[in-house]
Design a binder for this molecule. Structure first.
Ligand code: PMP
Length: 407
């Protein structure tokens, strides 16, 4: 099988033709959000141009077309993550809303004073704060799996944290700050053995790894479309059917109800029970185009190419004097976080931007992890399937020039 034709891929992303500060754009901020292929942009334009309508209750043609397109995305998401049924797929605004939904519904119903919630030391703020809020409300205890010097979770410590009081374990699949791939299957099995449920934050993993929620056996899986070549403002939450059925509702409003009287309201069936109000129809529709784009491009081809980029970039960056890569996990996705002696990450980011190179600098919404490594932040280059080795060379060149200027 032939490898990925990166130049053919690049042709499909119109933004890659633009210049920044007079230089061709080199976009290495893919972990924050990925760029969008033309098919995704077309899906949005086509929806608004040809069949914009509110969904589900309309009997006219446009409403039927919009409903069909919206629900087709649910089927595609179900297949993409290997869920057992389409009722287990709830559309959200993104990973953040998915995690909050679980904290506010499952958490509110199942956590009691003295119960324990386990997260990890490499969580994005969106998988810390919702648990802090619900733990405070319930007088439950938040515990944290520590991270070792390589940026891996210390599983022996996790085993010690797990007790009969542990009700939920919520961990990130792939760290957005280090690129570490966590051994989620092992974590899930250990948590289940103690009777706890597990939420996996798939914001970063869904674009880089093959996801099968049934094989993983997680109870919840949350991710965002915008990280996998799809539009912003939409994501999906997977939950096991019997758990979702037993959970109380999240937001109240239209769509999530069966019958409303002032005396009593009955709720809709899954998945609509958790989808109050008019959803983000256009972006849900375009979400399907993004998933189809990935499937058609070929998952294995994409993975292999991303690994090539990671290996090349790691090797090149390691040769820069004074540069230190933070996070050297055995298993990583195509993301490199690093610091440079005597240089503030933000200054490097500004100088790289002057060369048209977009990286991210700072704490990456993972302040507690930065604290663990005793650094205020890092410079992060995260790669997507449209990036090239020449672009990595441009980064290396830009970094060397920046160091000369700043040190
Ligand atoms: N978790 C991780 C690991 C992430 O990288 C992100 C996005 N940076 C989120 C959660 C939150 O995703 P969103 O902002 O799309 O809700």
């Amino acid at each position: 099988q032939k490898g990925l034709d990166v130049y053919a891929i690049r042709e499909q992303f119109p933004i890659l033709k633009r210049e920044v500060k007079g230089k061709p754009l080199v976009y290495f901020d893919n972990a924050a959000t990925s760029q969008k292929p033309q098919v995704v942009i077309d899906a949005l334009v086509n929806y608004y141009t040809n069949y914009n309508a509110n969904i589900h209750r309309g009997i006219h043609t446009l409403a039927e077309e919009a409903t069909a397109a919206f629900e087709a995305t649910r089927d595609t998401v179900q297949k993409f993550i290997g869920a057992a049924s389409r009722e287990e797929i709830i559309f959200t605004r993104g990973t953040t809303e998915g995690i909050n939904l679980v904290a506010y519904t499952w958490g509110r119903q199942n956590l009691q004073a003295g119960d324990e919630v386990i997260i990890s030391g490499m969580e994005h703020h969106s998988n810390i704060v919702p648990w802090q809020i619900i733990c405070e409300e319930k007088n439950a205890v938040l515990k944290v799996i520590p991270v070792d010097d390589n940026g891996e979770l210390i599983l022996e410590e996790f085993e010690k944290l797990l007790t009969e009081k542990t009700k939920i374990v919520s961990v990130v699949h792939v760290s957005n700050a280090l690129g570490t791939v966590n051994p989620v299957k092992q974590i899930i099995d250990a948590a289940h053995a103690k009777g706890a449920v597990v939420l996996i934050d798939g914001a970063q993993s869904s674009v880089h790894l093959d996801i099968n929620v049934q094989e993983m056996d997680c109870d919840f899986f949350a991710f965002s479309a915008h990280k996998l070549y799809g539009p912003t403002g939409v994501g999906a939450l997977y939950g096991k059917k019997q758990i979702l059925e037993a959970m109380p509702v999240f937001q109240g409003g239209g769509e999530m109800i069966k019958e409303v009287t002032f005396a009593k309201t009955t709720y809709n069936d899954l998945p609509y029970k958790y989808e109050a109000g008019t959803p983000n129809i256009a972006d849900v529709v375009a979400f399907k185009a993004a998933l189809d784009f990935m499937t058609e491009t070929g998952m294995k081809k994409m993975r292999d190419y991303e690994h090539e980029l990671l290996a090349y970039a790691t090797e090149q960056l390691e040769q820069i004097e004074g540069l230190k890569i933070i996070g050297k996990a055995r298993e990583k996705t195509s993301l490199i976080s690093f610091v440079i002696d005597k240089v503030h990450p933000q200054d490097v980011g500004i100088l790289l931007d002057n060369r048209g190179i977009a990286v991210r600098t700072g704490h990456h919404c993972a302040q507690t992890l930065m604290e663990r490594f005793c650094i205020p932040g890092t410079i992060r280059a995260s790669f997507a399937i449209y990036n090239t080795k020449e672009e990595i060379d441009a980064l290396v060149e830009g970094l060397k020039k920046a160091i000369k200027l700043l040190v």
